[in-house]
Ligand binder design. Structure first.
Ligand code: PGA
Length: 254
């Protein structure tokens, strides 16, 4: 079965609930009846409810940008998978490089969140990607394999292909995020093939063949068509260019 592309918006720490509502007012008519791709918007926690209400009946799914792995507990400032499920969120971005860089998230921690997301039937979008210095030192493949192994640890044993099926991986080279520098389609394809190969070793060929790997890092209307033309690229995780309804709709309609 061909992999259904997923185009996800990562709004980061932008937009109040009123601004989120305004976005959907303009965005939804531009993607009405769009069924080729799965579309997901991930606002900050305070705008998720408003986004869910605005997107009801539209086919656009709403996700979170992060979550804790525990169902509940004394974790001040955190949000649990149960809470996300309860309001109707369906996806969650895990291990974004900004979480790794500014909030010290490790592969081990991301792995716990991934298991919690699967347990609660949230679709996890797990981010991996190398730093510029790592690419320049020829370490890209090593980093991608290490992060993939770390994030998927323990999923290997005893998890059937169908249980692992919801997992989405986003390849986001850190040097391309918010910088305007995009990986070429060829660079992205090479990285995706490395990740898919590692997933095949861990979870088997069938799961790897069905795994959606998104590209993220300065995706814009100007480059989305070329990226999405590659069969190895199963979608996009879009930051800056997803904040504007016209621009995100152009990306979705690549
Ligand atoms: P960008 O961000 O599109 O602004 O580069 C992508 C991301 O961080 O997910």
């Amino acid at each position: 079965m061909p992999r259904k592309p997923l185009i996800a918006a990562n709004w980061k720490m932008y937009k109040t609930p009123a601004q989120a509502q305004e976005f959907f007012k303009h965005f939804l008519p531009l993607v009405a009846n769009h069924t080729r791709d799965e579309i997901v918007v991930c606002p900050s926690f305070t705008s998720i409810s408003v986004a869910l209400a605005a997107a009801t009946g539209s086919g656009v799914a709403i996700g979170a940008q992060n979550m804790h792995f525990a169902d509940e507990g004394a974790y001040t400032g955190e949000t649990s998978p149960l809470m996300l499920k309860a309001i109707g969120a369906t996806h969650v971005i895990l291990g974004h490089s900004e979480r790794r860089q500014y909030f010290a998230e490790t592969d081990e921690f991301i792995n716990k969140k991934l298991k919690a997301a699967l347990h609660h039937q949230l679709i996890p979008i797990v981010c991996v990607g190398e730093l510029l210095a790592e690419r320049e030192a020829g370490k890209t493949s090593d980093i991608l394999c290490r992060q993939t192994r770390g994030c998927l640890a323990g999923i290997t044993a005893g998890v059937s292909a169908s249980e692992a099926a919801p997992i989405v991986i986003a390849y986001e080279p850190v040097w391309a995020i918010g910088t305007g520098k995009t990986a070429t389609p060829q660079m992205a394809c090479e990285a995706h093939a490395v990740i898919r190969g590692e997933v095949a070793k861990l979870l088997g060929k069938e799961t790897a063949d069905n795994l959606r790997i998104l590209y993220g890092g300065s995706v814009k209307p100007e480059n989305s068509t070329a990226l999405m033309a590659e069969s190895e690229i199963d979608g996009a995780l879009v930051g800056g260019a997803s904040l504007d309804p016209q621009s995100f709709a152009k990306i979705v309609n690549y």
